[in-house]
Design a protein around this ligand. Structure first.
Ligand SMILES: [Zn+2]
Length: 313
């Protein structure tokens, strides 16, 4: 027993060291604010929450941009090279930028803070480069682990701000704890048999696992491959069989695929409505409530609960 625990501890240390190294090698910049470049906009928000006024953050991907498909422009590459520090989601969410990001010593994957055994390996194999489902931000406690990763990297690059980053990180973790409790309360309003979430692509597996929803996506975990006719028919059968009232579109995925499902359901003599738009792989526009991670998650859960209960939006 004791030996087994040591093996576990050593395994965890090995993992921790590999991750710590990229952060440990960061040199103090000696300048404030730090110039930071990020990829997806909810990582931009994360870094702003922890970095506050000691960072100037520029996100490459705005609202509605699909990170699976995004390619870095020559201008982006210049920005990445000039930044003091780069944060990205990782787990191949930014599929077409991963090679570039992994090679940059200043680029930190925030999801490296999450132990691999807590990640979801999609059943039935995975498209291309994905070993794990990258959509971890839908499990709020898992996403909360990324806060420490950002705090450590910022403190390494800007040691004078360490106490400030620590305080910000602590306050933000508290906020995320409240968000998690809010989502659980909201889901509690939906009768257990109706807790089914159908979306355009398979981004919500972590959400389903954490909050007790059955999830189905028309497309796979990435948006790279298009849904076929067979996928549409199968999903329509499922909706009719389970008498599901609403499906949900995503801000970063075109609507037309799900509209085919709605039509196929109607052809079977059943009505399913589009229950509203969810923010899946991109938060909303800056300056709107949905422009932050917390706001995007609150919007999603309200939209899901109203849609499943057939309440007007
Ligand atoms: Zn996705």
């Amino acid at each position: 027993m004791a030996r087994l625990s040591w093996l576990v501890v050593l395994g965890l240390m090995g993992f921790g060291l590999a991750q710590a190294d990229k952060i440990a090698l960061l040199q103090p910049v000696g300048q404030s604010p730090l110039q930071v470049v990020t990829t997806v906009n909810f990582v931009t928000d994360l870094v702003q929450q922890v970095g506050g006024n000691r960072v100037r953050v520029e996100g490459l991907m705005g609202a509605g941009v699909d990170p699976h498909l995004y390619k870095a422009s020559a201008r982006d590459v210049r920005k990445l090279q000039q930044a003091h520090l780069i944060f990205y989601a990782g787990l191949y969410l930014e599929g077409k930028m991963m090679e570039l990001l992994e090679r940059l010593p200043k680029a930190i994957a925030v999801t490296d803070a999450i132990p691999r055994e807590r990640l979801i390996r999609p059943a039935g194999g995975f498209e291309g480069q994905y070993t794990y489902d990258p959509h971890v931000w839908f499990d709020v406690p898992l996403w909360t682990l990324t806060v420490g990763q950002v705090e450590r990297a910022l403190s390494q690059a800007d040691p004078a701000g360490a106490a400030y980053y620590r305080a910000n990180a602590q306050a933000y973790r508290q906020r995320l704890g409240e968000l998690d409790a809010f989502i659980r309360r909201q889901i509690g309003q939906v009768p257990a048999g109706q807790r089914v979430l159908i979306t355009a692509h398979d981004a919500f597996a972590y959400f389903g696992r954490r909050y007790g929803l059955e999830v189905r996506g028309l497309q796979g975990v990435s948006t790279l491959s298009e849904a076929g006719t067979r996928d549409v028919q199968q999903l329509a059968d499922f909706i009719v069989r389970r008498q599901i009232r609403a499906v949900f579109v995503e801000s970063s995925v075109p609507r037309r695929a799900l509209q085919a499902v709605v039509a196929a359901v109607r052809a079977r003599g059943f009505e399913v409505s589009v229950g509203g738009q969810l923010y899946s792989d991109s938060a909303g526009s800056p300056g709107t409530p949905e422009g932050t991670y917390v706001g995007m998650m609150e919007h999603n859960i309200r939209t899901i609960v109203n849609g499943l209960l057939g309440r007007p939006l």
